[in-house]
Write a protein that binds this ligand. Structure first.
Ligand code: SF4
Length: 297
């Protein structure tokens, strides 16, 4: 409703798009969507690209999405490889190369391309994806009634549940975030994340990250803490957390340390003072947004 055309989206600000996306997670998708709209207007005359190569010029569109759009929408002969297709191919052909290795990916792409029906690639791709999702499922594949069973290698060799194979996945990285929530009389200090990291361009409170949990004395003894305060007084009020927030490759443990500060307090760093009402209109990551909603300063 807010962006009825690609042109309308292309002229939007990133802040507005992120605010509308707030709470949905995967914020890079919102940024990619905006960037893709701008590319469509700037480089494709406002028309959605109709070739596989053209689709790949759009931010956030990789080989999987490009193949899906190219085959579903335009009937172009590009094989889709998603988790379901990997599973069906690995089992049907009895391939135990790890699907997340570069050799495995290359091999499976060759297999997928070889099986593709050039007469109707869209229907072929959708059928294979649906077959993997509903029939050749991870835990309870319906091999007994499967029309492919007579030619399915894994079924014949008894290795159905061992396939597809993955390299050992790395454990989730654990990060301890310590947010310093400074407030004075209905105002807060916030900044925008700019690093190439999670939650890019969303807002947050002054942050200190530590490799392990911290007590308050340990937090206050950190040079980063002393740098942010710059010797100015702050009265500790309370702490909330650690709150667990699970991302695809990371486990975040979020701590909110609340401090009351005096009029004139300015923390060191790229922060600005906003009223609580203004903060409500900015885009925050979901756990920070929830924290804000629970407060009644
Ligand atoms: S026989 Fe079993 S493992 Fe093989 S394709 Fe059919 S459902 Fe999948």
């Amino acid at each position: 409703e807010r962006f009825p055309t690609v042109q309308a989206l292309a002229t939007a600000s990133e802040d507005e798009v992120l605010k509308l996306w707030e709470g949905l997670g995967y914020y890079s998708r919102a940024r990619n969507l905006l960037e893709a709209a701008r590319t469509i207007v700037r480089e494709h005359g406002g028309r959605f690209p109709r070739s596989y190569e053209g689709l790949l010029t759009l931010k956030g569109v990789g080989p999987y999405t490009a193949a899906a759009i190219a085959s579903f929408a335009y009937g172009l002969p590009h094989a889709v490889l998603d988790g379901n297709v990997f599973r069906v191919l690995a089992r049907f052909c009895g391939v135990d190369l790890p699907i997340d290795s570069s050799r495995g990916k290359k091999h499976f792409q060759q297999l997928a391309d070889a099986f593709l029906d050039p007469a109707d690639p869209g229907a072929y791709n959708q059928t294979l994806m649906n077959f993997g999702a509903t029939w050749c499922t991870p835990q309870n594949p319906r091999c007994r009634q499967c029309p492919l069973a007579p030619r399915c290698k894994a079924h014949q060799e008894g290795s159905v549940l061992q396939l597809p194979r993955k390299s050992k996945s790395a454990p989730k990285r654990q990060r301890h975030f310590h947010y310093l929530v400074f407030h004075d009389d209905g105002a807060l200090w916030v900044g925008k994340r700019t690093d190439r990291d999670i939650w890019k361009h969303l807002h947050e409170f002054p942050l200190i990250e530590s490799p392990r949990p911290l007590t308050r004395p340990a937090l206050q003894a950190l040079p980063a803490f002393r740098h942010i305060l710059g010797g100015q007084p702050a009265r500790f009020l309370q702490k909330a957390g650690p709150l667990r927030h699970v991302l695809s490759h990371q486990l975040l443990l979020l701590n909110f340390w609340e401090w009351e500060v005096q009029e004139g307090f300015v923390p060191k760093g790229p922060y600005r003072k906003v009223s609580v009402e203004t903060a409500g209109g900015l885009a925050f990551p979901r756990p920070l947004q929830r924290f804000l909603q629970r407060k009644s300063w």
